[in-house]
Design a protein around this ligand. Structure first.
Ligand code: FES
Length: 235
């Protein structure tokens, strides 16, 4: 076991635990998006930044292994500034039409935006212009909503050992797809749904839980804390 200090709280975790998990396991929340407890970490979203006493700069806590005697700070003016920049970079490539997304109210990105109080991005925003892929049974791919956290790729590869999802390129945009954009059934997808389960946004959706927007007809109370939205269509 390893004992360290996070935001002044002494915590003990198993060796081999990263600082993000050490914090979460002990009730200390650090914003994060690409991290998922069942998947190997890649440290791409840069939201989970922390400072380590005695070391220069900030580091993503999901890629930092807990060490005996470490002193971690999860918030400071610099961390806050860099975290907001990371979020704004993510939002620069994400559409703003959240209220029309079938995952509205259940979206991890939406929750994070509200938690961090990010109202808009100062970056140049771009529309990716992908066509929503509805060719496959059970799963819809809407790559316009993708934030490239890579959870789906890791779930397919590392969790299920299938590996049919990969990073593709089109017109300078990276997107998640299959080899040569083949249909999922033609690349031996097992349709286990793990990709949709770990997706933090409305990018990969399974048709059982998230029907297309046009089929929604009933309003239920919004789960989000945003006062501007009091109702959200039923999925
Ligand atoms: Fe650590 Fe994304 S959760 S970099």
């Amino acid at each position: 076991m390893i004992t360290l200090q996070i935001d002044g709280k002494t915590v003990t975790v198993q060796s081999g635990t990263n600082v993000l998990e050490a914090a979460l396991q002990n009730g200390i929340y650090i914003p994060h998006l690409c991290h998922h407890p069942d998947l190997p970490d890649i440290g791409s979203c840069r939201l989970c930044l922390v400072e380590v006493e005695g070391r220069e700069g900030v580091v993503p806590s999901c890629k930092l292994m807990a060490e005996e005697g470490m002193v971690i700070r999860t918030d400071s003016p610099e961390i806050s500034h860099l975290r907001q920049l990371s979020m704004e970079l993510i939002l620069a490539a994400h559409p703003e039409d959240c209220s029309t997304c079938p995952k509205y109210g259940r979206c991890e990105l939406q929750t994070l935006i509200q938690y961090m109080g990010t109202s808009a991005t100062r970056m140049h925003t771009r529309v990716k212009g992908f066509t929503r892929d509805e060719r496959n049974p059970l799963l819809i791919h809407d790559m316009n909503r993708c934030v490239l956290c890579g959870r789906c790729v890791r779930a397919c590869q590392d969790l299920r050992g299938v590996g049919v999802l990969q990073y593709n390129q089109s017109n300078m945009e990276t997107y998640i797809g299959t080899l040569h954009d083949k249909l999922l059934k033609d690349v031996d997808c097992r349709f286990c749904g793990a990709c949709a389960e770990v997706c933090p946004t409305g990018t990969i959706r399974d048709l059982i839980n998230y029907t297309p927007t046009e089929k929604r007809d009933t309003l239920i109370p919004c789960q989000a804390t945003c006062p501007a939205h009091t109702d959200v269509p039923r999925y």
